[in-house]
Design a protein around this ligand. Sequence first.
Ligand SMILES: [Zn+2]
Length: 189
Amino acid sequence: MLKRSLTEDAQEVFRAIALIELGARMQVLESELTLSRDRMIRLYREVKGVSPPKGMLPFSADWYMTWLANIHASLFYNTYLFLKNEARCSHLDALTKGYRLYLEHCRHSETEAVLDLTRAWTLVRFFDADILQLTKCCRCTGKFVAHKHDLQHNVVCGACQPPSRAGKTKKAAAARQQALGAAQVAQAA
Ligand SMILES: [Zn+2]
């Protein structure tokens, strides 16, 4: 059993609470924290008032490629990367702070959040596993989420080229524009 100080132990508990409040599933907690499974289940029940949902995480990388999900995933991942690389946050801090900033962006632009915390976490895992990459849009120069081996040149992001069926084009485009400014917002936070 890992020997930890009381302070370190308390910090792990706070991290778990933050993740649970943001909507993390058990798989996320188990992967990110060193607390015992029993304690995390107890924490989950205390914070949420219900038992954690069971079952596998059903997500595939293709989910992030649909038009709206791609805009949201790109917004979150740009923020995450800024926090990790420029603000020197740990992976876990960048995940929780980045996800909170993403929710704020959605609130400000009156857009419904389509990316839940677990999907945001899975997104980072796909990048770490080299399944996804960021590709530069040749129109707005913003970077968006793409499959690893997709074309890198002369490609256009979803916000610059929304599908005709997209009813809330302006809102999504506004969200995308905010993604471009995510670094500045993250810096100010
Ligand atoms: Zn673009």
